[in-house]
Write a protein that binds this ligand. Sequence first.
Ligand code: ADP
Length: 759
Amino acid sequence: MNRTGILFQIVVSMALAAALVAWVVGDLARRYETQRLTQQLAEQADLTVSLLGGLMLDAIIVEDVPVLETGLTEAIARNSKLLAIQILSEDRTVIAEASARSKSEPRSYVMYDRPVEWDGVVFAHMVVKWSTSEGEVMVQEKVRQTILWTVLSVGALSVLVLFLTHMLAMRPLQMIHQRMSDAISGLKRPTVHLPWYASREYWALNFSVGVMEDTFVERDEREFALEQAREAADIANGAKSEFLANMSHEIRTPMNGVIGMAELILETDLDEDQKMYAETIATSGSALLTIINDILNFSKIEAGKMELESEAFNLQISMEDVVTLLSPTAAEKHVEITLRYDPDLPVVFEGDVGRIRQVITNIVGNAVKFTMEGYVSIDVSGSAKGDLCDLNITVTDTGIGIPEDKIDYIFNAFEQVDGAATRNFEGTGLGLAISARLLRLMGGDISARSDPGAGSVFTMRLPLLVSGKSCEPVWPDHIDLNGLKVLVVDDLELNRTILFERLTTWGMHCTLAASGHEALNVLAETCARGETFDLVLQDYQMPGMDGCELAFKIRAIPQYAELPLVILSSVDHSMDAGTRQALGACELALKPVRSAQLHSVISRSLRPISVALTPSNASKTVLQKDKNLRVLLAEDNKINQLVVQKMLKDTPAEIFIAANGVEAVQMYRDSRPDVVLMDMMMPEMDGLEATMIIRQLETENHLDHCPIIALTANAMPADKEKCLQAGMDGFLSKPISKKALWSAIEKSSEIIDVLRTGT
Ligand code: ADP
């Protein structure tokens, strides 16, 4: 915006003030002069009338008209301002009159009517018409002069004010402003000193600008130092991330040897001590691996290199996965994990399911770790606005809790509650830091509340896009549960609520009982009313009357001898086959039960004939022992060669070993293996290049597709991407377990089967 300068503003203000003053002064002068002129004319009229009256009194008395008119004409001729005179008798009739000879009627005049008297006796009246034109011209001239002088003096005064303003105010102000601008823009110029006559206020302002200059200089120096430090830190951070990635790779390779060998040792005949040693090696190895993964994750997020993926996934199943994973550890401590998934919430979302699972596993894992007795409950709720759903995931535990003064720090890296109690738990102090950062990357956040000694509540907010894709759970048995009446018996209220919600979504009518006794009462009352239930869904571990006792008591009631029972238990083999047989239509499900599993077990209990076929062993492809599978292992590390060989010892795989990519390609040419296990980093030629050459050979010679599985210590998703791009079919991150290796080979053998039957 173009702003006017203060001098211009002063000039305009002064001009306006001068105009106003000139107008006011002009008006006053005009009034004054007009008044003076009127007064003068009146005096002159009085004088004229008394003179003429005196001179012509005799003629007036005798009404000698000629004499009077001569006298009047004479008087008019002598005074140019006199326009006309009339002499009127007592009764206002004209006795004599005379007027100036000018033809045109003057524009402005005044008339005076005065009595002609002698010794107090009025003889006649004289009306004098007096021209004011001349007087008015004089008045105007006077007014003009007054205005002129006023404007000139105001103008002169303004110039003086302008000069003084410039010298006393503007100049010092401009100098200070210049100095201030230089300081702000960081310009170095020789210091200009204020003129000696500058006022005290400007000296104070100038001093403050000096202080500001010093502060700016300090700030600039600090910023420069900070910038340098930041650059150095960036370089160090980059180096750190690279170092960590390298170290992770270097550590993973020998860890593969340690964990793999420990796993193999455990399969041999060992005495108690040896078994304990081998188990310690295996668990310590796994713990070390978790730490490495944590550090790698954290450094990646810190270096800003964490990239989130997006795919459609079923959140409910992912949550159930976490519960299934952690339940064995919780069950060892008799801690129950419950999951409530709001039935009104969509289940399929778009997001990085791996990272979301990592965060939930970490928070629920902590809750389980720090809870000695009681329960850990997960609650998933939220509100959807259009495509976006604001999820609220709450994890509540009844564990040791977190002291109030520590609660703000636990989300910092390497921060652990420094109590003797916490020291007993394993951990790096990175889990929450990673979770909080991952959630922030996903647009969410995490907070914690705790009551030390009573438990903690971790609340995660996570905005996720609701996916348009359908991942509706598929119930394998297709039994419609709608309208069925079920009695739910569980001592834990939370469990009753969760089961109630789940069963109600399937259209079942639930009645809840908090104990075996209450359940029996409900059953008896229902019986008395002549009604019945279609199913009883009951917990196994309950105080007072346990699930088994309740089941037998139900069977003892004649009306319920055939009633389908489903017992949920946290302990495997809690009822032996004999007991189950004695109970008749009774299904046992291991807690935690997933939605799909619960649906399936209820369906089975309602249709006992279908029990015979369990889906877990119906469809699995198992390699036949006599089938010879030729596996080419391209791996430069001797220990890892040994680990893989030993892991595949009991399988029908025949293993050829190539120590680098060149050898691998050569051996592929010579012996055409069924599967290739390919290390990524090898001397001479790496796994990626070798894979590409093999794929090229296949295309050129129209050979069958040979599955290639990457075996690598590089754990980054980008590495996986590279492997797949090079033409590999699978990816196994070291350290590999026997189970993972075997299932990857099994999968690839399915590919072979499919391809072979296809040809
Ligand atoms: P770690 O569990 O590996 O020590 P985390 O970052 O996951 O590291 O947790 C940091 C600390 O926060 C833990 O060491 C523990 O002191 C505290 N903490 C986290 N979750 C809980 C919980 N559910 N109950 C009590 N303390 C907890």
